[in-house]
Design a protein around this ligand. Structure first.
Ligand code: THU
Length: 132
């Protein structure tokens, strides 16, 4: 694993402790690297109205977009399970809005998995799908 990838995983693991997950007790931390070197973090935030829960990956993406970032190279997603959990479908779809070359690294306590977003979301529906 590259030093940059290891550092991003460390940031995802560090923020996992801030997750607000009192219902599922499934804590997730995400760290999204922008092409300009900035890193944006997110955690899952749950709600007593369960369906309002937002995932860590989309929280990180929202922070990034609000800060003006639009181009991303890698996302690390930290969970407390092995094998590490892959991003959910909704997160894959929203991340795909900004490109499917993104490297996705899932990190559990003792293992990691990695893919490109294109591998996780083949034949993605994107803005090009809207062209007519
Ligand atoms: N969760 C994430 O944060 N990211 C994912 O990609 C999958 C699921 C959260 C949502 C919920 O708070 C908890 O994990 C259990 O589903």
């Amino acid at each position: 694993m590259s030093a940059a990838s290891a550092a991003l995983v460390a940031q995802a693991r560090a923020v996992l402790g801030h997750a607000y997950a009192p219902y599922s007790e499934f804590r997730v931390g995400a760290a999204l690297a922008a092409a300009d070197g900035r890193v944006f973090v997110g955690t899952n935030v749950e709600s007593a109205s369960y369906g309002l829960t937002i995932c860590a990956e989309r929280m990180a993406l929202g922070a990034a977009v609000a800060a003006g970032a639009r181009t991303f190279t890698r996302i690390a997603v930290a969970t407390e399970v092995d094998p590490p959990a892959a991003p959910c479908g909704a997160c894959r779809q929203l991340l795909a809005e900004f490109g499917t070359d993104l490297e996705v690294v899932a990190a559990g306590p003792t293992s990691e998995r990695r893919w490109t977003l294109a591998q996780l979301l083949p034949d993605a529906f994107t803005r090009e799908s809207l062209d007519r």
